[in-house]
Design a binder for this molecule. Structure first.
Ligand code: ADP
Length: 453
């Protein structure tokens, strides 16, 4: 309350009090009509008025002080709040600046990473307008570096395969499904293309198109395959001729040859040419198997008969090393579903490996029925074993774990065996191996009878 207002109220109260007093005593004053009598009454009234005024003044002063104090407190509070608000505002501003900076940094990092990705990267909106591309995509689709409003549909895309990239993109945007186009010949390049929808709360808002350039890989792969095929064919023809000549020499002339050294030489040529033909065959088989170009029969085969034939065949390399090959407790008849020639190839490879990497003891073959309508054939040797660190990739292409790199080793035998076993719906594994003690390889094949019941 302002002081002026306070004095105004005080004065008004005093005047009102004086009037009340005059009103109350006006009859007595009139009737007495005597100044001597009136004077003390007036004084008394004034005294009373002063007392009333003082008490009112006191009361107002106390209230005023209380109000002023409260106002001061409120004022302090408001000041504190103002300061707090300012600090908060400053903090928020700083935080927003920091976050904005971080976002910008992250954006630049992402943008640079995407720009220089080996993969082509394009983001389009629902109408197929290009929003973002990177260098690889610009290069593949000949997108000009400076551009405005380019639509994916208007790019010059020439595909040799009957693949409609635009149709696939439309389908992704419309149905929200992903598309994968493999090895497409596009604008003179071989690419894999992956199209994925961008889905937000409001539905599909566009698509991401990723492209992987496979041109170099394709060319390398093709030259590799061509090289294998040409080299192997060129090697196989003369090698087969050598083997035929050696077979004739052995059949007709070996008994007549008296010179032991010459006899040994002829036998060595026979063994070595056989190994070389096997290696050449592995090189020829691998790409064909990988591409599914080898026909694998699925017919009933007598497993025990095949194993016995393989033992016979490999004894010629086991005997010179004094190694035994035996079939453990042969079951009477084990008929599996597969390809006789391929089963033989797998067995010969596993038994030959056993012989190759064993110096003492021998090879034991075991056949048992497994729980899942299969027979498991195990080939156990007492050889050098395989170091643990080499086990993981054993069945991959060109894996040779032997540090001495055995002369006949190509690292293809187990890989081919795996492909063949898998094509006959079986599995192949290294059951166990301990360095210096030996290894056990096993593979499974489906049982014929149960499959056909
Ligand atoms: P290759 O014998 O022609 O090298 P494989 O694919 O048959 O090719 O074998 C791959 C590698 O696995 C071999 O180089 C050898 O180091 C190892 N290996 C295979 N079988 C055995 C075995 N029975 N004992 C020890 N090592 C083996």
């Amino acid at each position: 309350m302002s002081p002026n207002l306070y004095y105004f109220i005080l004065l008004s109260v005093s005047i009102i009090t004086a009037f009340i007093f005059i009103f109350l005593y006006k009859n007595r004053l009139r009737s007495l009509n005597n100044p001597a009598f009136i004077a003390p009454l007036i004084l008394e009234a004034i005294d009373e008025a002063i007392i009333i005024t003082n008490s009112i003044e006191k009361k107002f002063q106390t209230q005023l002080q209380e109000k002023t104090k409260k106002l001061a407190d409120i004022n302090n509070l408001i000041e504190n709040m103002k300061q707090y608000k300012k600090i908060e505002e400053d903090n928020i501003e700083q935080k927003i600046q920091e976050i904005t900076f971080d976002i910008r940094e992250e954006h630049t990092r992402l943008y640079t990473a995407v720009k220089n990705l080996n993969f082509g990267f394009i983001i389009i909106d629902k109408e197929k307008n290009i929003i973002i591309t990177n260098n690889a995509a610009d290069d593949l689709f000949s997108i000009p570096p400076v551009r405005t409003n380019i639509n994916f549909q208007n790019l010059q895309i020439h595909t040799r395969d009957n693949v409609d990239l635009i149709k696939n993109t439309d389908s992704t945007i419309k149905n929200g499904n992903q598309s994968f186009l493999e090895n497409i010949h596009i604008n003179n390049k071989y690419v894999n293309i992956f199209i994925s929808p961008i889905i937000t709360l409001s539905g599909t808002t566009g698509a991401v198109i990723l492209t992987e350039d496979r041109t170099e890989k394709q060319i390398t792969q093709k030259s590799k395959e061509d090289f294998y095929t040409i080299a192997s064919h060129e090697l196989r023809t003369p090698l087969t001729a050598i083997r035929d000549y050696i077979a004739i020499i052995k059949q007709i002339y070996l008994e007549d040859i008296k010179n032991e050294e010459l006899k040994n030489l002829i036998n060595d040529i026979d063994t070595l040419s056989a190994r070389l033909i096997n290696i050449v065959n592995d090189f020829l088989d691998t790409p064909k198997l990988e591409q599914g170009k080898i026909n694998i029969k699925k017919e009933p085969c007598d497993l025990i008969e095949i194993i016995k034939a393989c033992i016979n065949e490999t004894s010629s390399i086991a005997t010179p090393k004094n190694l035994s090959i035996k079939l453990n407790d042969p079951l009477k008849s084990v008929i599996v579903l597969g390809d006789k020639e391929k089963i033989r190839q797998i067995l010969i490879n596993l038994i030959s490996n056993g012989i190759k990497y064993t110096e003492q003891g021998g090879i034991t073959i075991n056949v048992e029925k497994t729980l899942g309508s299969r027979y498991k054939i195990s080939i156990q040797d007492t050889g050098k074993g395989i170091p643990k660190e080499n086990i993981k990739f054993l069945f991959n292409k060109f894996q040779r774990t032997d540090p001495t790199r055995h002369m006949t080793s190509t690292g293809l035998g187990l890989y081919i065996s795996r492909l063949l076993v898998e094509k006959m719906n079986g599995t192949i594994t290294l059951e166990n191996s301990e360095e210096g003690k030996g290894s056990t390889f096993s593979f499974t094949l489906p049982i014929y009878e149960q499959m056909n019941k």
